[in-house]
Design a protein around this ligand. Structure first.
Ligand SMILES: [Zn+2]
Length: 562
């Protein structure tokens, strides 16, 4: 297929239809997704676009090659909510003798929040986008910059799509929506309808009620950049800050060009944010399109209700990962990810404890199979076809179940199960990532490396951490000793069995007993050997003797009696 079509079909909000995806340049497929406004912890609703478009990013990389996809997700680090947060957290220091400026306080807020966000989405299994530009770096023109907000605004002024006016809080430069005949094409809004419903008296300085701010003057205590605009008389120099929408027009142009393939975000961004991005970019550049495909993920509710702080059902990503607030336990990032993908991205999703439990049990059913195939993943054609149908994750997951069911008898299905799970962003990492997720564990990096070296089939198994958590709770630093029994039994038992370690009074005692028993067996002292076996059985450990089929040596394995 020489036109760059790879069988991918995507629903395009612009046309309200599912269309064949054909990239402008198959050597560089370009996608932009609106990222977080960094003033507070990201909530679970923010996780949805991060995960959905990460799956699309992975699929595009699979179809076109990892080096032929450019994914840009911006960081909004200029916003009045950020200013408010900086004043709330650092107001005393700004007013006091510490000489902290507002800009420094803002930087503290945005840097801390942005790094929290990066940790959160990493734990959810999201790849880093190719570029993550910060809005504040694209406000003013500068050497080597391919685009910036002030230049874009000047282009709009020059072409008659923008005008200056004095509003209630100072001078503004506004986009003239009437200057664009097909303004409203994305949200299918009619300009006349909008005018009828607008509160005209509040915005008397606007030519049309739908006109939106490109640049607004800052008061001296507000953050601002000194911008110079030509050909607008007294308004030539305005110390101010950008409106919300212009940043995405500038950053997408800088990294992806004037026209690119896919623009994504949450449903709530269609209007006004994306509508206004289109207006700015197309009018500044004189292009027919900004992005060819516009994709939007559906809303998220929690336990059947809109998430809100006042209802007490507001959860941040890190609360789900690190605390027991939701459903009385911590949730592994991969389980949150799988739960999110169990609903098609365009549908509304109800995030509930029940859904997470369902996802966890599904995740376990995969985990128990895929460790066998850790080194030989393959990609399943039917799975890719399901995902290529507008990211039909329900059909894709149904295929995963078929592969799982067949894996016991067909090695190739097991390999394709793992390869397909990885394409969804699951089971991509060996232990280390999970150690970060389950941070309160006293397991050193060294012992984890040792674990991996000793038993490569452990990759992707999180049960160790469930065990280690229990151990840590019951036996303090006992979890650090986990490595020894693992080395001994790792080849013959599954990690699941290590849950038992939480039941014995100490791992040392367990080791001593099993060694004593082997010694009694060697002496043919069956009575003593049986006594120890009985003691362990009383603690819930069933010992089993057998012969190694290769060496013929006696081997003792054990399992949890349930
Ligand atoms: Zn945006």
């Amino acid at each position: 297929m020489s036109d760059g079509s790879k069988g991918l079909r995507l629903y395009n909000t612009l046309t309200r239809t599912k269309e064949d995806f054909v990239p402008i340049d198959a050597n560089n497929v370009r996608m932009y997704v609106c990222g977080p406004t960094v003033y507070d912890f990201a909530h679970i609703g923010n996780a949805r676009p991060a995960i959905v478009f990460d799956v699309l990013f992975r699929l595009l990389r699979h179809l076109y090659g990892a080096d032929h996809v450019t994914y840009v997700r911006n960081i909004t680090d200029v916003d009045d909510k950020i200013n408010a947060r900086a004043l709330r957290d650092f107001g005393d220091q700004i007013a006091g003798a510490e000489q902290l400026t507002l800009n420094e306080a803002i930087r503290k807020v945005t840097e801390t929040t942005a790094s929290q966000y990066q940790n959160d989405v990493k734990a959810l299994g999201c790849l880093e986008p190719t570029h993550q530009p910060r809005a504040t770096e694209f406000v003013l023109p500068g050497e080597g910059k391919k685009s910036d907000m002030v230049t874009l605004i000047q282009q709009l002024l020059d072409k008659g799509h923008a005008y200056a006016a004095s509003g209630g809080s100072g001078r503004e430069i506004l986009f003239d929506t009437a200057s664009m005949p097909d303004y409203g094409e994305l949200s299918k809004r009619n300009l006349d309808e909008q005018q009828a419903g607008a509160r005209v008296e509040v915005e008397a300085h606007k030519k049309n009620p739908a006109d939106f701010v490109l640049w607004k003057e800052s008061e001296h205590h507000e953050p601002g950049w000194v911008a110079h605009f030509k050909n607008i008389g007294d308004y030539g120099r305005i110390r101010g800050r950008p409106g919300w929408h212009i940043e995405c027009s500038a950053m997408s142009e800088a990294y992806l060009g004037k026209e690119f393939d896919i623009h994504g975000g949450g449903l709530d961004l269609i209007f006004p944010h994306h509508e206004n991005e289109i207006a700015q970019s197309r009018c500044a550049h004189g292009t027919e399109t900004m992005a060819r495909f516009w994709m939007h993920n559906g809303f998220l509710q929690v336990e059947g209700q809109k998430m809100s702080k006042s209802l007490g059902n507001f959860f941040t990503i890190s609360e789900l990962l690190e605390t027991e607030r939701f459903g009385g336990r911590k949730w592994p990032g991969e389980v949150l990810r799988l739960a999110m993908l169990m609903t098609h991205y365009r549908e509304p999703i109800d995030f509930s404890v029940r859904k997470l439990e369902e996802a966890f049990s599904m995740w376990r059913s995969f985990a128990q199979i895929v460790r066998e195939f850790a080194s030989q993943p393959e990609v399943d054609v039917q799975f890719v076809a399901a995902l290529s149908d507008d990211l039909s994750t329900s059909a894709a997951i149904a295929r995963l179940h078929e592969l799982r069911a067949g894996a016991a008898d067909d090695v190739s299905m097991g390999r394709r199960l793992l390869g397909s799970l990885r394409l969804l962003g699951l089971f991509t990492q060996p232990f280390q990532l999970k150690v970060q997720v389950y941070t309160p564990l006293p397991i050193s990096d060294v012992s984890i490396d040792e674990l991996l070296r000793q038993n490569s089939t452990l990759a992707g198994d999180v049960d160790l951490f469930v065990v280690a958590e229990t151990l840590a709770r019951n036996h303090g630093d006992a979890a650090t000793h986990l490595v020894r029994p693992l080395n001994r039994f790792g080849k013959s038992t599954t990690m699941f069995d290590y849950r038992i370690l939480a039941k014995v009074s100490s791992i040392e005692e367990f080791e001593i007993k099993t060694e004593q028993r082997l010694a009694f067996i060697a002496q043919k002292n069956w009575a003593e050997a049986d006594r120890i076996r009985g003691e362990l059985l009383a603690q819930g450990i069933q010992l089993k003797d057998g012969k190694d089929p290769v060496t013929g040596e006696r081997v003792t394995t054990w399992e949890v009696k349930r």
